[in-house]
Structure formats: C-alpha cells, structure tokens
Design a protein around this ligand. Structure first.
Ligand code: PHE
Length: 446
C-alpha cells in the first residue's frame, strides 16, 4: 500500500490483499464469534450475513468510489464531490478520523491480549512461569503494557512507511492463516462436545431474536469491513482507474465474511469442548461468562487438549492473529496520519508521534476505567458511529454527488458495468433503501 504520497496499488491483487488486510482482524476472530456466542449462534449468523449483503457491501462500494474519485486524503475526497465549498464534509471527515482513533484505542487492548497469549507459552517453555502467568492474567498493568507495545508496533510500521512490506506479508500469511483455520476446525469437530456448538452455530433458535441483536449485527458488519472511518476511502484513493470497484469490493467482502464464518465454526464448537474439559463458559443462569475474554479462554483450552503439538499450533495461531490485527491497526492510524500530512503539512514522523500519542492516551483512559469505558467505547464507535458515518457517505454518494459523476467514476475503465443490473439498481439503492433500512434498524431499537 502506498502511504503519504499519491502512489497506487501495483496490482489488483495487491489492493485486495491490503483492503482484506484491513478488514480481516480482531473483528473476525474476536468480535464475530463473541457476538455469535452471546446472541444465540445461528440467528446472529443469519442476520450478520444479511447485513453484510444489504448494507455493508453497497456502502463499501460507495466509500471506495468516493476515495478513487478524490485521489486524495478523505477530507479532500469528500469535499471533491461536494458542489460548493462547505464545512460540512470536513466536519464529518473529522468525526471519521476521531472514530478511527477510538477504535484503535480499544483494539490495541485486545490485540495486546493476543500478544500476551503469544509470548506466554514461550516463557513457559523456558521456565519463566511467573511472567507467563502474568501475561495471561487480567490486570491493569498487563493491559496497559501490552496495549502500549501494540500501539508502538503500529506506529513503527506506519512511520517507516514499510506498508509495502506489510502488503507482501499479508498476501503470504493470509493463506497460511486460512490453512491453519481449516486444520483447527477439522480437529475441533472431532472432539467430544463439538456437535453442541455446531448445532448452536448452524441451527437457528428464533427465541434469541431481538432488535438489539439486529443493531449488534449491523455494527459488527460495519466494523468487520472497516467502514465509516474513511479507511476504505483512503484505500480507494490508491486504486487505479481501470479496477472494477463493485467486483473488487465484493471479493474483499467475501474474504472477510468467509474468515468470520470460519472463526465461528472454530470458536463455538471449541466452547463446548472446553466445557467438557471443565472450563466454565456459562454462569448458573445460562449467560456467557466474561464474553470479552471468551476467545482467550476457549482457544488455549483447545490447544491444551492437543498435547505438545498444541503449544506450536497455539503460538502459530496467535502470531498470525497478531499480524492480522496489525494490518488492521495500521489502516486505522494511517487515516489521521495521511490527513495530518496533507492538511497540516506535518512530516510523517511528526504526525505518527502526536497521533500515536493521542491513541495511547485514549487506550490508557480505557485501561484505567476498564469496567465503564471498554464496552462503552466499543458500542459508541462500532454500533453507532460506524454505521451512521457509513450512512453519511452513502447519502453523499447517493444525493450530494451528481449522479452522472458517480456513475462516470464507476464506469471508468469498465464500460461493461453500464449493462449490468448493478448499474440500474445501486444508485437508487444507495439513495433510498440504505437510509431507510438503517433508519428502521435504529428506530426499532429505540
Ligand atoms: N475491520 C477490522 C477488523 O475486523 C477493524 C477495523 C475497523 C479496521 C475500522 C479499520 C477500521 O478487525
């Protein structure tokens, strides 16, 4: 991926990998399975898939198209489709940047846990049991230190602009991650208890359906596709003009959704297998215990059942996940950094330092007030701000932007798009259906 400059992705695959790198992360392996497990499994899965298709994908196309049209930082890309000079697009753009920082702050805490679970078995192997234990036990100090380490890593990558390296890495490592997933899924499905989890994941029990579940699934879909926070606008601005945006967006969404589905196929059965091994998953009333850390309870329990191979599988898994989280977090930091470079004239280094500093301060504030802030920041940023900002971009593309301009941008380099059903449906869909659907979802919950 190019960074400060107006470089372009070298190839279509390069773009898909970078965008998929941003999309695939904790949202897939932590967010989705946790929500599915807390919301009755299959019902959540179905609503989630629906949300991806009916809302998230059309809006992903909108964000990419605005970005490619602007060929600049999101603030300028949004202004470029505005008919008059106005402060409105800048205001929304800034809200997007702020939301990206909020997400980075809680994201780094969870990614820090990943790092802890990666290093802990290694320390155990060399006899440092106390340190290993510290890394795996919930404490303010651990949360703070590991989140700092993760933000530091993110800053380092964004600062040195070695995102090219990351792009190359993620295109190699993504297949390894998928392969490992397949092996782990096959393994877990052979274990005692797994079928209960599989049933919960695939056989819907409508009694779990609720308005909250629908809003949760919508937020999760927007979070998983990195929408709203202008990440996809930045990536769109690096897209060559001859790329077919709708098709490419569909491929990115398919990769992201496939990995989330796979993570559910692994974690839900693993919950019940862990239960058979005496790990407590539900409380007396049948509610999920500590849902935030569920994945971190269930997976190590599974690796334990694998004997000595499990140590290696566990380390490999957490290492791959940490890299997946990093390819997401760099995209979050890259957005405000690229704006500071273009709008304020800061050097990349300076921008990374001060914006990274803000992210650290936010993360620290959450760590010190974990009980109140952790869930709250996640809900505000992913359940409300991301979908609402997504809606703002849909309205920008559907109403503010002159329709001929929008269609011309989509058609560039792909004249055949003009004969497709997509061409006839999408602009009006964005205009009417997306806002109405989203309005309905929020209205029903309130
Ligand atoms: N999509 C990422 C994930 O699933 C999270 C993310 C959100 C990345 C917003 C960038 C912007 O983990």
């Amino acid at each position: 991926m190019a960074s400060g400059s107006r470089a372009q992705f070298s190839s279509k695959l390069g773009f898909i990998m970078a965008a998929a790198g941003s999309a695939v992360g904790l949202g897939n392996v932590w967010g989705f399975p946790t929500q599915a497990a807390s919301n009755g499994g299959a019902v959540f899965l179905i609503v989630y898939l629906l949300m991806v298709v009916v809302l998230a994908l059309p809006m992903l196309i909108a964000e990419l198209t605005i970005g490619r049209h602007g060929q600049a930082s999101p603030l300028r890309s949004i202004a470029s489709i505005w008919p008059k000079r106005s402060k409105v697009p800048v205001g929304f753009g800034l809200l997007g940047l702020l939301t990206a920082l909020m997400i980075l702050s809680f994201y780094s805490i969870i990614a820090g846990w990943l790092a802890g679970y990666l290093v802990s078995p290694i320390l155990d192997l060399i006899g440092l049991h106390t340190a290993a234990n510290w890394l795996e036990s919930f404490s303010l100090e651990r949360n703070l230190v590991l989140a700092l380490v993760f933000i530091g890593l993110t800053m380092k990558v964004v600062m040195s602009g070695v995102t090219d390296g990351i792009e190359r890495w993620s295109s190699r490592l993504m297949p390894v991650l998928v392969g490992l997933f397949v092996v782990m899924i096959i393994y877990i499905l052979t274990q005692d208890g797994a079928m209960d989890g599989l049933k919960m994941y695939l056989v819907p029990d409508m009694s779990h359906f609720s308005a909250d579940l629908v809003v949760g699934a919508m937020g999760q879909a927007f979070f998983s596709l990195s929408l709203g926070v202008t990440v996809m606008m930045v990536y769109g601005s690096y897209l060559p003009k001859d790329i077919n945006i709708p098709k490419t967006a569909a491929q990115v969404a398919a990769i992201d959704t496939g990995i989330a589905f796979g993570a559910g196929l692994l974690i839900l059965p693993a919950m019940f297998v862990a239960q058979k091994h005496g790990v407590q998953i539900y409380d007396q009333a049948g509610h999920l215990l500590n849902s935030d850390t569920l994945v971190f309870t269930v997976l190590p329990a599974m690796f334990d059942t694998m004997g000595s191979v499990g140590v290696i599988v566990g380390i490999l898994f957490f290492a791959l996940m940490l890299i997946a989280a990093l390819t997401s977090s760099i995209s979050m930091l890259e957005v405000p950094v690229s704006c500071a470079i273009e709008e304020l004239g800061h050097s990349r280094k300076k921008a990374v330092w001060w914006i990274g500093g803000v992210a650290i301060a936010l993360a620290a504030a959450i760590v010190f007030n974990f009980g109140t802030l952790f869930g709250l920041v996640i809900t505000i940023s992913t359940v409300y701000l991301q979908p609402l900002l997504g809606l703002v971009w849909a309205i920008c593309a559907g109403w503010v932007w002159h329709r001929a301009g929008l269609l011309e941008e989509i058609r560039q380099g792909n004249p055949e798009v003009a004969n497709s059903l997509f061409w006839k449906v999408w602009p009006n869909y964005l205009r009417y259906v997306c806002p109405i659907l989203m309005g309905l979802v929020f209205w029903v919950t309130i």
